[in-house]
Design a protein around this ligand. Structure first.
Ligand SMILES: [Zn+2]
Length: 436
């Protein structure tokens, strides 16, 4: 099967025609010099992509697909369908499933479910410690050697708080070029924490989650990663101080990378004032100053990538009183639109920058081959066509493919629309709808 995408703008550059044959991009030619003129096959489906931006298929470094165990919230199939609709061609699935993905058996199960669903490449993240218990290293080598070829390990949801265990994990994954993705949260400083420690939490009478609890762990782990010469990835950076620490670690040449979520790029703790738990997340929404620092850090490359931390929850887990509600927000279907609003429309990042922060860099951090590559002949045809000119439209989670509805952007007008997603030359999404 061949596809001719006519008039799309790769990374926001000049309008071009992109010819896909089989699983690969075979021609990219500036419009006016049509690839058809230089010999395209007869059997070709044409997409009129005038005005659309072509990006390499997005890579999600941090999602919770909930299977096995919490299929009431999400399955690999529904989560990857949501991802494809958001423009993603690869997703990493976090280990906090039931059972926990801490053995070769469970990570292979998740990997196979991804293959069966067929919407995205699914790369399981392995747990760092047995049962996410923080006491004993999991079988990191066995997960790396498994069919799932795990390279990213994380106890996300929990922090690997024990510094000696963190050191051992960093040392262990060096053998196979792995990376430890840390959920940075000093547990003693955040017992019972409900919201960013500050003015809003005080006014609402909610227990505070201090920025220092994140920053202390990030600083410690940067030092450990440098000491043992291993790779640290910092999950969902949420404070201005964290950005400063990571900037310092990078200036030393240490192997430290970091991600920020769409919600931390756009939302603040002010939203908690109505006590609506849809805004409850871990780490919590922070202040305006933090949002500005996160945007600046993403723009200058201190923060490597945008990762959704897509965290679906069933209605009963979220529609309850604030203190009892689960942490987490869905995000796969809105991420690119939020990034347009927060980063592109503000002039902080161009589309080449978006491709770097949402595809190339997360693919490199996740040790993924075949994703995050240029839109160029000889590269796998993993790409996304995005319409940035679609007027802002209110987000309605009821229309989402995710099994869960806990989007903090519900009712907010976001610009843009994902028009199509191709996974190795096969459209998973066309005209904004899944193809099957
Ligand atoms: Zn986390």
């Amino acid at each position: 099967m061949s596809w001719l995408i006519k008039g799309a703008r790769p990374l926001g550059g000049p309008a071009s025609d992109i010819l896909i044959e089989g699983t690969q991009i075979v021609e990219v030619t500036e419009s006016g010099r049509s690839v058809l003129d230089i010999g395209a096959p007869d059997e070709v489906s044409v997409i009129d992509a005038e005005g659309l931006i072509a990006l390499p298929g997005l890579v999600a470094l941090h999602t919770h697909l909930r299977e096995p165990g919490r299929e009431d919230a999400e399955t690999v199939e529904t989560g990857t369908r949501a991802a494809a609709l958001g423009g993603y061609t690869a997703v990493h699935a976090m280990a906090n499933t039931e059972p926990v993905a801490d053995t070769a058996g469970v990570v292979e199960q998740v990997w196979r479910l991804g293959q069966q669903a067929g919407y995205c490449d699914v790369r399981p993240v392995g747990a760092v410690t047995v049962g996410l218990g923080g006491r004993q290293l999991a079988e990191l080598g066995a997960m790396a050697d498994s069919a799932a070829s795990v390279r990213v390990f994380s106890d996300d949801g929990f922090c690997v708080a024990d510094p000696l265990l963190m050191r051992r994990a960093l040392e262990y994954v060096k053998a196979f070029d792995g990376v430890i993705a840390q959920h940075a949260q000093e547990p003693r400083l955040t017992e019972g924490a409900q919201l960013n420690e500050g003015e809003v939490a005080s006014r609402l009478g909610l227990a505070g989650w201090p920025a220092a609890a994140e920053e202390a762990i990030i600083a410690r782990d940067c030092l450990l990663a440098a000491h043992v010469g291993s790779a640290l990835h910092v999950c969902h950076v949420s404070t201005a101080g964290s950005v400063e620490i990571i900037r310092w670690a990078k200036s030393k040449g240490w192997q430290v990378t970091a991600e920020v979520t769409p919600h931390h790029l756009l939302l603040t703790d002010d939203l908690a004032q109505g006590y609506d738990p849809v805004f409850k997340v871990n780490p919590p929404l922070r202040t305006r100053a933090d949002v500005a620092a996160l945007r600046a850090g993403l723009a200058d490359g201190t923060i490597d990538c945008v990762a959704t931390d897509h965290a679906p929850h069933p209605v009963e887990a979220k529609e309850t009183e604030w203190a009892a509600a689960a942490n987490g927000m869905t995000g796969l279907e809105t991420a690119l639109r939020v990034v347009q609003l927060a980063m592109v429309d503000t002039g902080l990042l161009d589309w080449a920058g978006v491709a770097d922060r949402m595809s190339a860099r997360p693919a490199a951090i996740g040790r993924l081959t075949g994703h995050g590559q240029p839109i160029a002949p000889g590269c796998p045809a993993n790409l996304t066509l995005y319409d940035p000119h679609k007027p802002p439209e209110k987000v309605d989670p009821a229309t989402h493919a995710s099994k869960s509805r806990n989007s903090p952007f519900a009712g907010m007008a976001l610009p843009g629309r994902v028009h199509a997603t191709f996974l190795r030359g096969v459209p998973t999404v066309l005209d904004g709808k899944v193809t099957r």
